[in-house]
Design a protein around this ligand. Structure first.
Ligand code: PHE
Length: 452
């Protein structure tokens, strides 16, 4: 009997768990702020409708219609097209590169949760007067440390392996059904608190004030890049999850729901962060990436009554968001070894996830001990981060769109969208048209834009 999620809601929770991650929490608010506020949000919305949802539908369709892991689906759908097998291996390469840095960051999140609980994060440091200088020096010191970040990353890898070894229903689905609602509750609590701060209105306008001078192709490319990463497109996670979808799951509906939840979390993060930033008069300098979550947020909490509680809740949120995303990426690897290579799930977890130890190890050490190693001007961490978002994910999506639009049997995609003719919507032909004619061009644009 084929492995499946037990329920549609479980399938939705798992797919949303994959999409909602660090991309929403630390990338979206900063991108929106520096790319023209509401202008960026509008561009993002266009990318989501014109590109994100249709490509997500095709990933789900490939998975459910092809009935297997990423390496199996291409041969199942078109047995004669041997060259396309390579497209099924691409997601595996992407999975290892993405996990290289993403798992390390999830380890940092765990460390900050632990340091909040032990009180170390807020213990004063001699020689630093302002809050942000203190948190910046703490972060820089911590991520350059040799052993401790490695241990935290290892704990996260082990936790992933454990959930995945429990299986699709008892591991992934059960975990998503518990953690995703928890994530939303924490987010809502933060939202209420943030909107009650005196600087709320200023903060929201700082976040969303439209700056039409940013209405440029570059902003579009950024929005498209954010769309890929945030919606987990182009690396087979949604193909793999799609293969576990029950046969009556409405693919387009699920894609719309996942996209909506993903956007909601991203917007809520902006609504949470910027009122606090403006209330406590923080400068915008640490509003990006690791600075935002590991420097600005602790600084904000240090001004609030109940510092420890807010800080613990926030880093728990970060750990949960990162965890459900890494699980989905690891499942691409585990499904390959389990379905394609015929190993037991436990063996597939061990064999598949073991290489993560050296890869993540190199990434983690590249923030300190191995900081002198540069690839194209980046340290190992930065190189893998850029390689994934700028090359591997877009190329993965491009191959998928070409395959679904031009190579797979003509009726394959519409059959999946309509659940074998049972569903009807004027949107389905639009989705097919976009995947065949528009999405590939948009992806090519983003790829070429970076190199020329
Ligand atoms: N979507 C996740 C995020 O926003 C990252 C991710 C990318 C997960 C690709 C799986 C695949 O953080």
């Amino acid at each position: 009997m084929k492995t499946q999620f037990a329920s549609k809601i479980g399938a939705l929770a798992a797919a949303a768990g994959s999409a909602v991650g660090l991309g929403n929490i630390w990338r979206f608010p900063a991108e929106a702020h520096s790319n023209g506020g509401a202008v960026f949000v509008m561009m993002y919305l266009i990318c989501l409708l014109l590109f994100g949802i249709p490509v997500m539908c095709s990933e789900f369709a490939m998975g459910r219609g092809g009935g297997g892991d990423t390496a199996t689906v291409f041969t199942n759908i078109t047995p004669g097209r041997k060259a396309w097998r390579m497209a099924g291996i691409w997601p595996l390469i992407t999975a290892y590169t993405i996990l290289g840095f993403y798992m390390v960051v999830s380890g940092w999140s765990l460390e900050y949760l632990v340091q909040t609980l032990t009180g170390d994060l807020y213990a004063p440091v001699a020689g630093t007067d302002s809050g942000s200088a203190m948190f910046l020096s703490k972060m820089n010191k911590y991520i350059a440390t040799t052993y401790r970040p490695l241990v935290m990353t290892l704990i996260m890898i082990a936790a992933n392996a454990w959930v995945l070894a429990c299986g699709v229903q008892k591991g992934i689905e059960k975990m998503s059904k518990v953690l995703m609602p928890m994530l939303f509750v924490i987010l809502l609590v933060f939202c209420v608190v943030s909107l009650m701060l005196p600087g709320a209105a200023d903060g929201i306008s700082f976040f969303l004030k439209p700056d039409f001078s940013k209405f440029t192709p570059e902003c579009l490319v950024n929005a498209l890049g954010q769309c890929f990463f945030s919606m987990s497109l182009g690396m087979g996670t949604l193909i793999t999850y799609g293969s576990y979808f029950p046969s009556d799951t409405r693919l387009a509906r699920t894609a719309g729901d996942v996209a909506g939840l993903d956007l909601l979390v991203a917007m809520l993060m902006g609504v949470i962060i910027f009122p606090a930033v403006s209330t406590f008069h923080l400068t915008g300098e640490s509003l990006e990436g690791q600075g935002l979550v590991f420097v600005t947020m602790p600084e904000i909490f240090s001004f609030m009554p109940g510092t420890m509680i807010w800080s613990a809740l926030f880093f728990l949120l970060l750990c949960v968001a990162a965890f459900t995303s890494t699980i989905s990426v690891c499942e691409v690897i585990v499904a390959y070894f389990h379905d394609h290579k015929g190993m037991s799930r436990i063996k597939a977890c061990i064999v598949g996830l073991l290489p993560l130890i050296p890869i993540c190890g190199l990434c983690s050490l590249s923030m300190g001990l191995l900081g002198h190693i540069h690839i194209f001007g980046y340290n190992i961490f930065g190189f893998l981060d850029n390689l994934t978002s700028n090359v591997l994910l877009p190329v993965g999506s491009l191959m998928l769109c070409i395959y679904i639009g031009w190579i797979a049997p003509k009726k394959f995609f519409s059959n999946e969208l309509t659940n074998g003719g049972k569903l009807r919507s004027f949107l389905f032909p639009c989705i097919e048209f976009i995947v065949k004619w528009i999405a590939p061009e948009l992806i090519l644009l983003i790829l070429l834009w970076q190199f020329f």
